[in-house]
Design a protein around this ligand. Structure first.
Ligand code: WTA
Length: 661
């Protein structure tokens, strides 16, 4: 596998260790190492014990059914409702008047919803959904900004047992359309728009473009957020606030089965078509609430802030389901970290007295670039624990975060997991685990992870290999929506007849058994902590009429982690036009970038587009992206012996270095 020597070397140099503070340890929810042995000795018993923290309408009669791998069932025949566990059960306790959600909008508007208020809104909206014909099992698409109505909508779906499919508001109409159609969603919930750096993201407008090609959509519910005029189609579109006014107040929770689908969330794989990752109810809730309680050391008076957008898995698991199942106060922020100024996050932490803060390395690298002066202007003393997720964090960024945000007193939990795993899988426990900057440390109790070679042999300590998960875990994905075969092929078919989950990541395990994630080993790139497949971007490029062929790679980027570089061959007549001066190279590069944004969304915008006469290919015609990566990152070329024509890459490299194109 492609273990990058450079990464390995820098990682090997990192040997600083940070021990948890005595006071933190004394107060930590878990401070006894025995939890690891306990979970190893009886893994199902361990998860069953965690499941007791939730409210079940009917207890399961078997913890795990793994009789038909890779199709797992957790808490078999248990009856449970996710919304009940996240909302209703807290209303019956002293948490009734505790803030469940603290919302801050980009313009500065603040709204707090107590558990009781949240329940009221959710019940009403569940009745709205019912009134529009949504019932158990129907898929509901959601395309919204980070506003409380998004949380209300997803919880209302969960209440009815109607799986939600949330599409990140930064995605294009075409991406939205494909996701709605794949799930055959019946209803779409959106907003007139959302705020982003003072501008309006035209969500309703995008939704209209998408829904025009979505035959399954019967109605569209629109939340008024920005207040600008939007067209409403009679008989299809409804204003959220008007429907809410008329809706009945009471709505019982469906007694859903533990294995009923809770949601679908689309993610990028190695082929172009996004995969609808399916998560079910009981196991997902056990996995997310347990990890939230133990890893984020949840305390009753915490003000917990995970900065992820709910449109990603981190938002599902650690803005909403995990924290609310534990009765936490979760903060939701609509805007960007640099609007109106580069201290917006620190300002929020100071004003709301945030105690636990969870963000992404890409954000931390941006904070570093903006400088210490921004956090220094704010009182961050309320913080007691920090977290990161989404990509490997470089040790310098870790140290910066530790010192400048955590004031040298907050442990950092570097959490490794995926859309597919649903819950955090590798992470320190803040009251137990000594921290090494850049390492996600060790598997969570009850999680069986190994590092193996191509044949599936465990590699020695100190070596790198493939990250595999050898036993099922509660929040694991159950399938790819509508495509069991793809589920099997993609994740479970890499090591013969052993039912091991292959995550697509490379990892090195050091002599202390700590895990150092090396990044993706497949054609998936990680831009700002978000997964994109090279295929998706290539398909978008090839869709443009000027393009003959395209190869896309992720090249290292100071802030984004990876940035997209596109190598494009043009159709013959387009070359002609460029040579004749009828077409401008720069204009075409711009147009191609814009085309990708239109097809997928702004996160997929290539940083640079390079025109080349030919792409390096193997004799069997496979594009060798690895060599393009060497070119883009200015390295000596790796092994070129399998190339059909080595002259192609030599020429391309010379041109690229002269930036002729
Ligand atoms: C990467 C995000 C290093 C990894 C929750 C994984 C990480 C992919 C870490 C999943 C981490 C996530 N250290 N790499 N702490 N966390 N990754 O599905 O490559 O958006 O496979 O889920 O992000 O991305 P996804």
């Amino acid at each position: 596998m492609a273990v990058n020597r450079e990464t390995l070397d820098t990682l090997l140099e990192e040997n600083r260790i940070f021990y948890p503070d005595k006071e933190f340890v004394a107060r930590a929810n878990v401070n006894d190492r025995a939890i690891y042995d306990e979970a190893r000795a009886d893994t199902q018993g361990f998860w069953a014990k965690q499941a007791e923290n939730l409210d079940w309408f009917q207890k399961w009669d078997r913890v795990l059914d793994w009789d038909n791998p890779p199709f797992a069932k957790w808490f078999v025949n248990g009856k449970i409702n996710a919304c009940y566990n996240c909302v209703d059960r807290h209303v019956l306790t002293s948490r009734r008047t505790k803030p469940a959600i603290i919302f801050e909008g980009e313009p500065g508007d603040i709204r707090t919803l107590t558990y009781e208020e949240l329940q009221r809104e959710v019940m009403r909206f569940a009745n709205v959904l019912k009134g529009l014909g949504v019932s158990r099992g129907d898929r509901v698409a959601i395309y919204m900004p980070m506003i409380p109505e998004l949380a209300i909508a997803m919880l209302a779906c969960a209440r009815l047992g109607a799986p939600h499919s949330i599409v990140f508001g930064g995605f294009s109409p075409e991406s939205l359309r494909d996701r709605i159609n794949d799930a055959a969603a019946k209803l779409l919930i959106t907003a007139d728009g959302g705020w982003r750096r003072g501008k309006i993201v035209p969500l309703k407008h995008n939704a209209d473009d998408a829904v025009a090609e979505c035959p399954s959509i019967e109605s569209v519910v629109v939340v008024r957020r920005t207040g600008q005029e939007v067209p409403m189609i009679e008989g299809r579109d409804y204003w959220y606030h008007e429907l809410m006014e008329r809706a009945a107040a009471e709505c019982p929770c469906e007694e859903t089965d533990s294995e009923d689908m809770l949601f679908i969330l689309y993610t990028s794989g190695t082929t172009g078509k996004p995969k609808g990752v399916v998560h079910t109810t009981g196991g997902y809730l056990v996995g997310t609430s347990t990890t939230h309680r133990i890893i984020f050391d949840h305390k009753e008076d915490d003000i917990y802030w995970c900065t992820a957008d709910i449109g990603w898995i981190t938002g599902h698991s650690y803005v909403i389901y995990g924290p609310l199942a534990n009765g936490a106060t979760t903060l939701m922020f609509e805007g960007a970290p640099d609007w109106p100024q580069q201290d917006r996050f620190w300002d929020i932490i100071e004003r709301h007295k945030v105690t636990v803060f969870y963000t992404a390395p890409t954000a931390i690298r941006a904070f570093m670039k903006w400088g210490r002066k921004w956090p220094e202007q704010h009182d961050l003393s309320s913080l007691r624990l920090l977290g990161t997720v989404g990509e490997p964090i470089n040790p310098e960024a870790w140290i910066w975060y530790y010192k400048n945000i955590g004031g040298g007193r907050c442990p950092i939990v570097d959490t490794w997991w995926q859309t597919e795993t649903g819950q955090i899988m590798i992470s320190p426990l803040p009251g137990i685990t000594p921290l090494k900057p850049g390492s996600a440390t060790v598997p969570f109790p009850g999680i069986n992870i190994d590092v193996v070679d191509k044949q599936g042999n465990s590699v020695e300590l100190g070596k790198g290999g493939y990250l595999v998960i050898k036993e099922p875990w509660p929040a694991m994905l159950r399938t790819i929506y509508g495509d069991d075969q793809r589920f099997i092929d993609q994740y479970w078919s890499h090591f013969g007849d052993r039912w091991w989950y292959f995550a697509g990541d490379g990892v090195r395990r050091d002599y202390d058994n700590y895990h150092w994630i090396l990044g993706r080993v497949d054609d998936v790139i990680n831009v700002s902590g978000h997964r994109l497949s090279t295929m998706e971007v290539e398909s978008a490029l090839v869709d443009h009429q000027a393009v003959a062929e395209a190869a896309v790679i992720g090249k290292s980027h100071e802030i984004k982690g990876q940035a997209i570089s596109a190598f494009v061959t043009l159709k013959e007549h387009v070359w002609q036009e460029i040579r004749n001066g009828d077409m401008d190279r720069k204009e075409l590069q711009k147009a191609l970038k814009a085309h990708v944004v239109k097809k997928i969304g702004a996160i997929a915008r290539p940083e640079d587009v390079f025109f080349t006469a030919e792409l390096p290919k193997t004799r069997s015609g496979k594009i060798m992206r690895r060599l393009l990566r060497d070119v883009a990152e200015g390295r000596a070329l790796g092994d070129t012996t399998t190339l059909a024509d080595p002259a192609v890459i030599a020429k391309l490299k010379a041109q690229y270095e002269g930036k002729e194109s």
